[in-house]
Design a protein around this ligand. Structure first.
Ligand code: ADP
Ligand code: MG
Length: 588
């Protein structure tokens, strides 16, 4: 076969332009991306080989080798993973399959500095090679194919790439980077080892580099590091979660989080446990500090990695974590699942169900703990007269729940509808703004504690914005009587609140629904006045009703208004105005 030229998909060309033209402040992340691809390729081979051990051929080792050539100015990353056929190379390296990438590109501001930080944060996978290279050659051979069926893919990172068939003795893939002038400091063993240690220590397969020795120069020539032909493992390859808690420092936990999440910020908190009982597993779960840009994107949210006895099995958020906790990142390592567990089996497995339930409980417990310590804790004198000093640990948790909630609160609310079994616990974790307390920090419990004597419901209003909620005429009577009303402005509120009839025995009542019954909050005089008014307005109401008969179900006198002459409400069973508006927006 001769060389064939292909064009990159338009999005790839756009992305490459950005990668090569950004002032790149954080060049080294390319190595993290390429080693992570090599590791994925090895995981894929291990997984496919469970059903076909012949795929290993005469190379049983799964490993990654990193080497450089100072003269040719190339850096090469070679793996013994699954490899690619010609068609796979064209498809996988010429298009962007990831749905998130589009959203990522929409986020770009055009400001080089901000944009280059974005790349560092998200990584752009294989294409990040072009941060340091002006030409990349990929040579690959799919496991299970003939040596003559290798492929060479070459591109200068502009509009197109070339593909040709080659002979390749070994299965797997080599990525050969022709380094740009400004990236030649990667032609250095120390530098490479340092970057590998920083980003790839946790990779559970060996990363090898050739050992080097100092060689004195001869005839007044300067000395240099010379290769010895012997290879050594340069990463720790330690599955962090398998180590004892007491042997792991907070920094190690944080580094591991950054490695698996590609987040550049520290997580808010984490929880590491070994669970024994009906099923045995280890969980290491993290709550991020910032919402990812694709939190609301449909489809795959691979936050949790499933391992079986340290062997990576798959990213599958669906089976291991419900949708409303899709922001959680981490690792679950089961001792009981079979290694060849399939996606279908995962859905049905009793062990997986137990693991999922246990992990949900753990996440809720982490959130409850943060919520408990959100506000500064005063040193308190206990009943024994001893002052309980607030620990450093507890102090460190202050303010974290508020941060969590402003990023993920709206997602957590989805749990009211999705996870009936934990509804009460989720409801306790919710926070709202209210007519008497600004900021997203009133819980249902806080509200209840502040309820007026005689008040027997938790009142709330839903609207598109806080301003709209606050100025709603439906609030007039509540303002007049000094009754607090919760202001709900998340899109999901309307839907989620359908699943919560009451909180701890007190019913929830939307002020925009039906005839608001103020019950004991209205005194006898007010009740009488209302009844008399209703009587007096009867003829007018009948006329209005007739005039609006196609547009309104009913017209009634109300005691909910103080200054405004009229307002729209929906019937108790009807959908609220906000939901109706939402559906209308969606074209229903
Ligand atoms: P991602 O890893 O998120 O899928 P990348 O841009 O990093 O995205 O890689 C794109 C695709 O190219 C991968 O999904 C994989 O199919 C293929 N690929 C990249 N590197 C390798 C490799 N070393 N071995 C086999 N396939 C690879
Ligand atoms: Mg990748």
């Amino acid at each position: 076969m001769t060389k064939k030229t292909h064009s990159f998909q338009a999005e790839v060309a756009q992305l490459l332009h950005l990668v090569t033209h950004s002032l790149y402040s954080n060049q080294e992340i390319f190595l993290r991306e390429l080693i992570s691809n090599a590791s994925d390729a090895c995981d894929k081979l291990r997984f496919e080989a469970l059903n076909d051990s012949g795929l290993y051929g005469d190379q049983p080792d799964l490993e990654v080798r990193v080497s450089y050539d100072s003269k040719a100015k190339t850096l090469t990353i070679t793996d013994t993973g699954i490899g690619m056929t010609t068609q796979e190379a064209i498809d996988n390296l010429g298009t962007i399959a990831k749905s998130g990438t589009k959203a990522f590109m929409d986020k770009l501001s055009g400001d080089q500095k901000a944009d280059s930080q974005l790349i560092g944060q998200f990584g752009v996978g294989f294409y990040s090679g072009f941060i340091v290279a002006d030409k990349i050659t990929v040579e690959s051979r799919r496991a299970g194919t003939q040596a003559s069926e290798g492929v060479r893919w070459t591109s200068g990172g502009m509009g197109d790439f070339e593909v040709e068939q080659i002979d390749r003795a070994q299965r797997g893939t080599s990525i050969i980077l022709h380094l740009r002038e400004d990236a030649q400091d990667f032609l250095n063993g120390y530098k490479l080892k340092e970057v590998i240690a920083k980003y790839s220590d946790h990779i559970s397969l060996p990363i090898l580099m050739e050992k080097e020795e100092w060689k004195e120069g001869e005839n007044d020539q300067p000395g240099e590091m010379a290769k010895t032909g012997e290879w050594e493992t340069v990463n720790k390859a330690s599955a962090l979660w398998t180590r004892a808690k007491k042997d792991i420092t907070p920094e190690q936990y944080q580094d591991f989080y950054k490695a698996i999440s590609h987040d550049y910020e520290d997580p808010l908190t984490w929880s590491h446990n070994r669970v024994e009982g009906n099923t045995e597993y280890t969980q290491l779960l993290y709550i991020p500090a910032k919402a990812p840009f694709d939190l609301y994107q449909q489809g795959k949210h691979a936050g949790i990695k499933l391992y079986v006895k340290r062997v990576f099995i798959m990213d599958d958020a669906q089976a291991l974590m419900p949708q409303y906790l899709r922001f959680v990142k981490g690792v679950i390592d089961s001792a009981d699942l079979p290694l060849n567990v399939s996606r279908e089996l995962l859905q049905e497995s009793r062990d997986v169900r137990l693991i999922r339930d246990g992990s949900v409980k753990r996440v809720l417990a982490m959130l409850e703990d943060l919520a408990r310590h959100d506000k500064p804790q005063a040193d308190a004198e206990g009943s024994d007269g001893v002052v309980d000093v607030v620990s450093e640990d507890d102090k460190a948790k202050e303010g974290k729940y508020s941060r969590f909630y402003s990023e993920f609160g709206a997602v957590l609310k989805e749990g009211l509808g999705e996870d009936m079994g934990n509804k009460e616990r989720i409801a306790k974790l919710l926070r709202f703004a209210s007519t008497t307390h600004d900021g997203l920090n009133t819980s249902f419990a806080d509200y209840k504690a502040r309820m007026k004597e005689g008040q027997d419901a938790i009142y709330y209003i839903t609207a598109d914005t806080l301003a709209a909620a606050k100025s709603s005429p439906q609030l007039e009577v509540f303002k007049k009587k000094g009754i607090e009303v919760l202001l709900m402005t998340d899109r999901v509120d309307e839907w989620a609140l359908n699943f919560l009839q009451d909180f701890d025995g007190t019913p929830l009542q939307s002020v925009a629904k039906g005839a608001v019954d103020l019950g004991k909050l209205q005194n006898e005089e007010e009740k009488k006045a209302a009844e008399e008014a209703a009587e007096a307005f009867k003829p007018v109401l009948a006329q209005l009703k007739e005039a609006l008969k196609d547009r309104a179900d009913d017209v009634r006198a109300t005691s909910r208004l103080v200054d405004s002459p009229a307002c729209l409400v929906v019937s108790d069973s009807g959908m609220s105005l906000q939901l109706a508006r939402l559906l209308k927006q969606a074209g229903q």
